[in-house]
Write a protein that binds this ligand. Structure first.
Ligand code: DX5
Length: 217
């Protein structure tokens, strides 16, 4: 089953709570909270405080995407803040196998993600430690960017490895999702569409935009 996971990076930050509750009312089961440190990506935004502010107002899964260096230093803070899943970038984890173990040992779900330049085999040895695999459809840091179509082959490659190993691990695509790219991404094997600017925009409500994305696949 394909799900839309709104990224609140594109929400109106003056009404972040309303944006979260609007997603829940639209029937969404998870939102992605993009954490950026200005070092791993050229943007700075949320910290654990935003997660703890959002936690009490929603029952949705809070999926924290750490676009930061040394993510292992902040796992406990985000778990305490209320994260249900933490996604780390392979590119900044020298000991990725251990980081994913630590996330699971903290009692929450683990996720791993790859930048567009990173080949899928860089995470093949940690798939058994991953509850979620996320392929970046854009170079991380900003919403509203153009989808990088070469990432479709990465989804296919990861899906093939997961299937060969009998691993029921959902694949997500994060970045550049709209009604034109969503069907391509689903056809390639992704079931979680992380979408920011196509969900939070002035063209329609969250509910309308989520429904349009689901209708397109
Ligand atoms: C980019 C973030 C994405 C982004 C997606 O660094 O990880 O989640 O918010 O935004 P859109 O859907 O607008 O590409």
């Amino acid at each position: 089953m394909v799900v839309i996971e709104p990224s609140i990076l594109s929400a109106d930050f003056t009404k972040l709570g309303d944006a979260v509750m609007e997603a829940e009312k639209a029937g969404v089961s998870a939102i992605q909270i993009d954490v950026m440190d200005g070092r791993f990506v050229p943007n700075i935004n949320f910290g654990p405080g935003v997660v703890s502010a959002i936690r009490p107002i929603t029952n949705m899964m809070l999926d924290v995407h750490l676009m930061i260096v040394e993510p292992e230093k902040y796992i406990e803070d985000f778990v305490k803040a209320g994260a249900d899943r933490i996604i780390v970038h392979q590119e900044v984890c020298t000991h990725l196998h251990r980081v994913l173990q630590i996330i699971r040992e903290m009692g929450i779900k683990s996720g791993v993600t790859l930048n567009p330049a990173t080949p899928p085999d860089m995470i093949e040895d940690v798939l058994e430690l991953s509850d979620f695999v996320q392929v970046m459809g854009v170079n991380p840091g900003f919403g509203g960017q153009k989808f990088i179509h070469s990432q479709l082959n990465k989804i296919r490659a990861l899906k093939s490895v997961l299937d060969d190993r009998g691993l029921d691990v959902p694949i997500g695509l994060d970045g550049g999702i709209d009604t034109a790219t969503a069907p391509l991404v689903v056809e390639a094997g992704a079931t979680v569409l992380v979408a920011g600017s196509s969900v939070y925009n002035s063209r329609g409500s969250v509910k309308e935009n989520v429904e349009a994305l689901l209708k397109s696949v």
